[in-house]
Design a protein around this ligand. Structure first.
Ligand code: PNS
Length: 164
């Protein structure tokens, strides 16, 4: 049986912390589908298409990683993709409560699906897309936090916003 895992998230935008989790997950599972949530209640900085595109660029060297988007319940998406595992990164104790709640509800909805948590590399334990956006907005250096293509996309996005 092919072991397929889904790594879900908002990825607005993808950071080096996300990439670390995706990379490590790809060594454990036969296929990892990175799935960007389409959430109509949020106003993200990057559109779904932009986030998917950035993720495709930064994972193109990993042959068993696919990038997609989904709407609705994560568990339904896993069923559609015939996936049996969810991969999540845990940065700090503060992530634990929310992640435990999500893993528990997902398990209740579909007991065949397992959530796998990976400790984020210490280097990225403080890192989030929100922090990256905050720093990039004020034109500070984010090169240690995101891949170069994301750094460029952030710079362009904030320049566009300034021009408006
Ligand atoms: O990067 P994020 O924003 O922390 O990712 C959260 C995500 C996408 C993993 C989570 O919001 C999710 O799975 N949403 C889909 C809806 C769902 O299945 N919710 C859980 C049951 S109520």
């Amino acid at each position: 049986m092919m072991r397929i895992a889904v790594c879900p998230g908002s990825f607005d935008p993808v950071t080096k912390g996300h990439l670390d989790i995706i990379q490590r997950g790809s060594r454990i599972f036969d296929k990892v589908i990175v799935a960007v949530l389409i959430n109509r209640n949020k106003s993200p900085l990057f559109s779904i298409e932009e986030r998917v595109q950035l993720l495709r660029e930064v994972t193109k060297h990993i042959p068993n990683v696919e990038v997609d988007s989904f709407e609705g319940l994560l568990i339904d998406y896993l069923r559609e993709k015939k996936a049996h595992a969810i991969i999540k990164g845990l940065r700090a104790v503060s992530d634990f409560e929310y992640e435990m709640q999500m893993a528990s509800i997902n398990r209740l909805l579909e007991e065949e699906i397992e959530t796998f948590f990976m400790m984020t590399n210490n280097q990225y334990s403080f890192l989030s897309s929100s922090i990256v956006k905050e720093v990039a907005k004020y034109e500070a250096d984010v090169s240690t936090l995101v891949p170069p293509i994301v750094e460029l996309a952030l710079r362009r996005k904030y320049e566009e916003q300034k021009e408006k």
